[in-house]
Design a protein around this ligand. Structure first.
Ligand code: FES
Ligand code: FES
Length: 188
């Protein structure tokens, strides 16, 4: 004779948070990760999942002003908090300077790492407005890219620093120079 055991549905708990300026409320399983809440419950799929070991950084978002890997945070831990995702960076139809930097400097190839890379770069520039190349590379150590070799990502952040602070290592006028350099036609 077979026996059927009733399996209780996982308990759900209420969460509410503000994401990109909009208030959301939901009931979720306590084990639900913030990254899955953003992607699956809210449909904000710009935040990516690139690993299951908390190493790739594709999932970086701001939580209460601090950049976090949203695969390491439970949705309930963000309860009452304020989240900004990659979808929340552009304002009034204009790219944020870091997004613009990745566009101008071709800081991406497949683009999978890019949302997390941009969020981490954004947080880095809040901490260090005019970082050196070494500081940029160190600041992005928690973000992995399997395509670019990182050179153009560094340039993208330098471009953004110039845009945001008027005094980065490079300024927008150098874009043409960099294009020549990338094409192997550097003047020097
Ligand atoms: S998905 Fe979060 S670090 Fe890789
Ligand atoms: S652009 Fe492909 S992983 Fe970074």
């Amino acid at each position: 004779m077979t026996m059927t055991e009733a399996v209780a549905a996982p308990a759900r708990v209420p969460v509410q948070m503000t994401v990109n300026g909009t208030d959301y409320a939901a009931e979720v399983e306590p084990r639900l990760l913030l990254v899955h809440f953003l992607r699956d419950n809210l449909g904000l799929t710009g935040t990516h999942v690139g690993c299951d070991t908390s190493q790739c950084g594709a999932c970086v978002v701001y939580l209460n002003g601090e950049s976090v890997k949203s695969c390491t945070v439970l949705a309930v831990q963000a309860n009452g908090g304020e989240v900004t995702t990659i979808e929340g960076l552009a304002k009034d139809g204009e790219y944020d300077p870091v997004q613009q930097g990745f566009w101008e400097m071709h800081g991406l190839q497949c683009g999978y790492c890019t949302p997390g890379m941009i969020m981490s770069a954004h947080a880095l520039l809040k901490r260090i407005p005019n970082p050196t190349e070494e500081q940029i590379r160190h600041g992005l150590e928690g973000n992995l890219c399997r395509c670019t070799g990182y050179q153009n990502i560094v340039k993208a952040v330098q471009y953004a620093a110039g845009q945001m602070n008027g005094g980065g290592t490079h300024d927008p006028a150098n874009t043409a120079d960099w294009e020549r350099e990338l094409a192997g036609k550097s003047d020097s």
